[in-house]
Each structure stands twice: as C-alpha cells, then as structure tokens.
Design a protein around this ligand. Structure first.
Ligand code: SF4
Length: 452
C-alpha cells in the first residue's frame, strides 16, 4: 500500500476523532483513491471504525412525506416537479389528517426523523400549524424535520416554537446552473437556520458521476460552516422528461467511497451521515441514517402511495441492524404483543381499555379514516377524559387490518378509509360476549363485596 495514503488516512482519523474540522486538501486526496485498491479497503475500514466510535453504533431511520404534488416554477433540472417539464398533471396536497396519519405510521414503525417535504412555495404558515398538530396529536419518540422553500430568521424561530426540530436545506451541486436559484438566496436561509435553534441537515446532492471532487468537497465544507448536524450523500435518480433525465447514475461503489470520506473526515464534527437511496455498501462505509419516503417524490414522475421503490422502514432497520447498528428508537410495542397474549380469539386477557372492539363497532355502519376513528372514540364516555392517542389508534387500526378484521381502500379524495370485514364482525361478536361475561362476573363480585 502507498505509505503516504496510509499516513493520510491515519491522520484524518486521528484529527476527526479529536473533533478537528476537515481540510479541503485531505478530502480531495481521499476522494482520489482508486476503486478496488488496497488503499480503498484501508479507507473503508477506517471510515467504518470512525462510524462505530462516533455513533456508538446508534442509527436512525429518516421517513419523508411528500405532502404536495405540484408544479414548481424553480424548474430544477433533476426534479420532476419543474413546471416546464410538464410531468406533473393532477396536482394534489395531502390533507392535515392524512399528514397526521402518515406521521403516526412512521412513528409506529420506529422512524426517528419525520420529514415533511414540500415544493418551494408551499405556505409555511399552514405548515407551522400542521407541525403543531403533529406535536400535539402524535405521541412517540421522534424529531420533526421540514424540507421546504426559503425563509427568514423570524420564520425559523416560529417553526421551532411550533415543534419543528430541524430543517433539510442544501446548496445543491451546480446550484444556479442545474437549478433556477441564486445560490446566495439559499445561503440566506442557511444563515437563518444557523442563527435559530433549528438543526441543519444538508447532504451533498444530487450527486452524479459528472461532479468533480472539488465540487463535492466545497459543498461538504460549506455545510460545515452552517453547523450541519446530518451530512451525507444523495445520489441523483434521473427522471425521464427532466433535463437531466438521461444522465448517468452514480454507481454504488463511488457513493460509498464519498460516504467513507465524509465519515472519516467528519468524525465528531458531524455525528450522523445519511445515504439516499439506501445502499448496503454506503452503510458499511459509515452511513448511519437511511431514508424511506412516500407521497410526492421529486425523483419520480408519479407520487408513491406506499414506500417508494418498496424501501420500507422495516427494510432500512434490517439493513442497519445487519451492519451491527442499534436503530433508535425501537419499534414501539404494539398490538402484536397483545395478540400473542390473547390468541386469535381474544378472551379478555388484556382488555387494553377496549380500544379494538370500540374501533370495530364504530365501523359497523360506515367507512372512516383513522383520524375520524380517533375523533369518534372521544364520543365514548369511557374515553372522554383520557382519549387514546392518535398514534395508538393508528397502530390498532393497522393491526386490525393486518389481521383481516378491517379492509382498507382509497376514497375519491385519496384518503385511506377503513371498513369492517365479515371476520371483523365475527371477532366483534366474540368480544361482546367476552365483555358481557366480564360485566356479569364483575356484577357478582361487587355484590359479594357489598358488605365490606
Ligand atoms: S427541487 Fe425543489 S425548488 Fe427545485 S423544482 Fe423541485 S420542488 Fe422546486
């Protein structure tokens, strides 16, 4: 192995573990290491070691919700939303209830970073109200992140007060060339984030094979000046019909190489490194944050109702765990464990405030969304003072569906509606007879205790 490169890697590791800021020349030299060489193996091993030390083997899932599928006049050359490309036809925005449901679903799947993504000019006043509602109605362990247009310090502080933890914002590679922005306009937003209590997430993106080492290093180093909390790599996915739709895609090895350089030189300065789209090679090279997304997606011509490219939170968790990471938080314990306690036919071993039979009974005569179910439950006298939380209702609804007791369909307004199945009706009858038997037993018990 080349002794100078070995020395360079060792010194970069030592510096980054002492929280020293990366320097450009080191980054450039590391980015020049050839694929398949002994030096590359040494770099990947060193990056993996730094990742283990810096992260304490803790990893996170990033779940993006594209909340509006709309034409955007900024016309970035890699984005399907550019109005000039004519790809977006039937525009739509998710309703507040749908956003709440999606957020709750991610929280239930153990996603830590819940990311609301919009096109450039989405109304931030509206979004701040949605953020407040998510904070009030979706309980669990998560951080709320926005990926939106430009804003000033006043708005940054307001978003923080509404419960937003961080912002995804980036000066993209070839900003102002491949995009319709003045890079300085993006910098103003980064300044506002830096001066506010919000965290900054800024990846090197959208990365293609044409980008030089110099460009990569500059984007990474500038994000450090703005106090980046999560860095990493987002590989450009060419979308047919956009100006960059026929461009080549960066190969996974090169993406992993760049991740390794960011991890090795970022050290304690940048605790988290993300890769998107997800790749085992990049996780091995030091990425500890992986992305799942749904809804409106700038790297696809069509919105995705399910996880984009079937990359689910479960798949991300599996990948991170295979590399020895502990994914934070653990998946919240749901009704699956209750089912084990009860068996297929619930005998009342764990009544859990009767949420499941209450949901089934609400759906006897009508179809409802999970959000509507939550609202109706608060009409039940036993939940009036302490209603079940939205995330819990969502979890139970999904579990009942997974067990074949509920059916799911999309309404004309693209909302997820639930209805009871014949099996669900049978199950509810069994619940009612269990509850009646409880009521009789409790009545007898109280009578016998009456003289106490
Ligand atoms: S990347 Fe953002 S700003 Fe650019 S066209 Fe797409 S939505 Fe608009």
């Amino acid at each position: 192995m080349d002794k100078d490169i070995r020395k360079l890697i060792d010194s970069a590791k030592k510096r980054s573990l002492a929280a020293a800021a990366p320097d450009k020349q080191t980054i450039l030299s590391l980015l020049e290491i050839g694929q398949g060489t002994e030096e590359m193996g040494y770099l990947l091993d060193a990056a993996e070691e730094v990742a283990q030390i810096v992260t304490s083997k803790k990893a996170y899932l990033w779940g993006a919700i594209g909340i509006n599928y709309a034409k955007c006049s900024m016309n970035c050359g890699f984005c399907s939303f550019g109005e000039k490309w004519g790809i977006v036809q039937d525009e739509f925005s998710l309703s507040e209830e749908e956003i709440l449901e999606e957020a709750a679903e991610y929280v239930n799947a153990g996603v830590y970073y819940i990311v609301l993504r919009t096109t450039e000019f989405y109304d931030l006043e509206k979004l701040s109200r949605i953020a407040e509602r998510i904070r009030e109605e979706v309980s669990g362990t998560y951080e709320l992140i926005l990926n939106v247009g430009e804003f000033d310090l006043q708005m940054a502080n307001r978003l923080y007060r509404c419960g937003v933890d961080g912002i995804y914002h980036a000066i993209r590679l070839r900003e102002g060339i491949d995009t319709g922005f003045e890079p300085d306009d993006r910098r103003k937003t980064l300044e506002a984030i830096k001066k506010s209590p919000l965290k900054l997430i800024h990846l090197v993106e959208p990365l293609g094979p044409e980008h030089t080492n110099e460009e990569i290093a500059d984007r990474f180093l500038e994000s450090i000046q703005y106090g980046v909390f999560i860095s990493g790599v987002m590989v450009r996915v060419p979308v047919k019909g956009t100006p960059l739709g026929e461009s080549e895609k960066l190969d996974a090895q090169r993406a992993a190489h760049i991740v390794a350089v960011l991890r090795l030189t970022g050290g304690y300065t940048i605790p988290n490194i993300c890769i998107h789209p997800m790749s085992a090679q990049a996780v091995k090279a030091g990425a500890n944050v992986v992305v799942t997304e749904r809804g409106a997606i700038p790297r696809d011509a069509k919105p995705s109702k399910q996880a984009w490219h079937k990359v689910t939170p479960q798949l991300g968790r599996q990948l991170l765990e295979q590399e020895g990471y502990q994914v934070y938080p653990e998946v919240p314990k749901g009704p699956g464990s209750e089912r084990e306690a009860c068996g297929e036919e619930c005998t009342g071993a764990n009544l859990d405030r009767f949420v499941q039979p209450a949901i089934l009974s609400l759906l006897l005569d009508e179809c409802l969304t999970a959000y509507q179910i939550h609202g109706r439950l608060t009409d039940y006298s036993m939940y009036r003072d302490r209603p079940p939380d939205m995330a819990g209702v969502y979890r139970y609804t999904k579990s009942l569906k997974d067990r074949g007791l509920l059916e799911q369909k999309q309404s004309s307004k693209n909302r997820t509606m639930y209805s009871i199945t014949p099996e669900g009706r049978r199950f509810l009858r069994s619940w009612i007879s269990t509850l009646e038997s409880y009521r009789d037993s409790i009545g007898l018990l109280l009578k016998e205790m009456g003289g106490f």
